[in-house]
Design a protein around this ligand. Structure first.
Ligand SMILES: Nc1nc2c(ncn2[C@@H]2O[C@H](COP(=O)(O)OP(=O)(O)OP(=O)(O)O)[C@@H](O)[C@H]2O)c(=O)[nH]1
Length: 429
């Protein structure tokens, strides 16, 4: 694994403007990421190119400039805000004589520092190992610590072959463990659904204020820090939105621009949580000048994980930092999400937010087909009392087939009342 960056290692940053980069935003975010990883920035090397140089990504002149800077500033690591090929990483490492980490490596390292649960840690380790496996070369010593020596190396195996084998074994073990943890999680998710409380998932660009909002709404003391990715693992709490209405609130990982696709895949289980939610609360840092771009990035990730169609409330957070903005709700028109302006930090507007979530949950309707046995007359009359029955057919055996259109709140109440049994009558959703 990469060495942890605790203790403030000295870093030289490299950010090159290429035709497809959003220069300023990308660079600012890169700096935020590096600071968040606990590194000391000792120098930033910039420049522009039409396309990456095959050998060093940057030009030879720039590479030499970096090598000099590494010496002058006694840097421990050079960080590229780009995705480097394994060969490029190696070539630069040789030239500058210190460790080189690309953008994916940096994000993985931050994930590794923030992972809290067993599953989160496993996910990070797997992603790191996969990333490393493409970078395994002769003389590569990252796995040194795990090697016990005797008995580990097979007959005639070179160092490189041993490393590869160890890496493959480790990847297999982690995949197995992850599969088990994911299964357990799926079971507890089903249990929560059976408990029939609606779920509300917080999503949003990293540092938008999700953990702070989670704390504010739940009054729970989860970790909130001025660090990117403070929440790698989802956390769940039961919340009271308005008297009598409860929901499960879940906090998820922060999104980030250009999140490499293999990382999206690695964190799918974590992001899965948002896919299963009844409502997404999209937390936006209203005081961030990059907010429009960030909003777009979040919607892109949501689309990539198949969570695009879920009802969303856009939460414009941090209004305490804005002048002349008071808490308010802007109802969405023509299918656009409602927008709530509030502050997780000061608490202004949080009541409005809870009311909006509650209303959105109430007004979700679903069409269902139920088959009731002739003796289930109590339930039948209850459904008629609720005025949710659209059609009724009596079948030859006396059973009743009802088409109903019911809102979530009523459905949940019936679920509670029948201890989940009503679900057994569903023949079609
Ligand atoms: N002024 C102000 N600061 C806020 C507000 N909400 C959150 N913050 C600050 O913004 C920073 C990030 O907040 P977090 O809650 O950790 O953000 P997050 O979205 O969970 O971050 P990731 O875990 O990186 O995705 C912290 O310094 C918070 O104190 C707010 O309403 N007003």
């Amino acid at each position: 694994m990469f060495e942890r960056h605790a203790g403030g290692e000295n870093a030289i940053l490299v950010h090159i403007d290429l035709p497809d980069t959003h220069n300023k935003e990308d660079k600012d975010e890169f700096i935020d990421l590096v600071v968040s990883a606990g590194l000391q920035i000792k120098g930033i090397v910039g420049g522009s190119r039409d396309k990456p140089h095959p050998r060093y990504f940057i030009g030879t002149g720039k590479a030499e400039e970096i090598a000099q800077l590494v010496k002058d500033k006694s840097a421990d690591v050079v960080l590229f805000n780009h995705r480097l090929s394994p060969a490029q990483e190696r070539n630069i490492e040789r030239l500058v004589e210190c460790r080189v980490i690309d953008r994916t490596g940096l994000i993985l390292d931050i994930f590794a520092q923030r992972a809290q649960t067993h599953e989160g840690k496993l996910q990070v380790e797997l992603a790191q190992l996969n990333h490393l496996s493409t970078r395994l070369v002769r003389g590569w010593t990252h796995l040194e610590r795990q090697k016990g020596g005797i008995g580990l190396r097979g007959p005639g195996e070179t160092q490189l072959e041993t490393d590869r084998r160890l890496l493959r074994d480790r990847i297999k073990t982690i995949q197995k463990r992850l599969a088990k943890v994911e299964k357990q999680r799926e079971q507890s998710r089903r249990a929560r659904k059976r408990g029939s409380l609606p779920t509300v998932a917080l999503v949003g660009y990293t540092n938008a204020g999700k953990s702070t909002m989670f704390n504010r709404i739940t009054q729970a003391d989860v970790y909130a820090a001025d660090q990117l990715f403070a929440t790698l693992d989802p956390t769940h709490r039961k919340i009271h939105l308005v008297p009598g209405q409860q929901a499960i609130l879940s906090d998820t990982v922060g999104f980030i621009r250009h999140l490499p696709h293999d990382l999206v895949a690695a964190f799918k289980a974590t992001l899965q949580e948002s896919r299963q939610a009844d409502i997404l609360l999209h937390i936006i840092d209203a005081s961030d000048e990059r907010k429009d771009d960030n909003i777009e990035q979040v919607y892109e990730v949501l689309e990539a994980i198949g969570a695009k169609g879920i009802k969303t409330v856009e939460v414009y957070n941090k209004i305490d930092r804005l002048e002349q903005v008071s808490p308010k709700v802007e109802p969405g028109v023509e299918g656009e999400p409602d927008r709530v302006w509030c502050s997780a930090m000061s608490g202004e507007g949080i009541e409005l937010l809870c009311q909006t979530i509650s209303e959105q949950l109430e007004i979700q309707w679903q069409h269902l087909k139920l088959r009731l046995a002739p003796q289930d007359l109590g339930l039948r009359s209850e459904l008629f009392d609720l005025k949710v029955v659209e059609n009724e057919v009596v079948e030859e055996d006396g059973s009743l087939v009802l088409d109903i259109c019911i809102n979530n709140a009523d459905w949940r109440r019936l679920m509670r009342q029948t201890q989940g049994n009503i679900e057994k009558f569903c023949i079609e959703a």
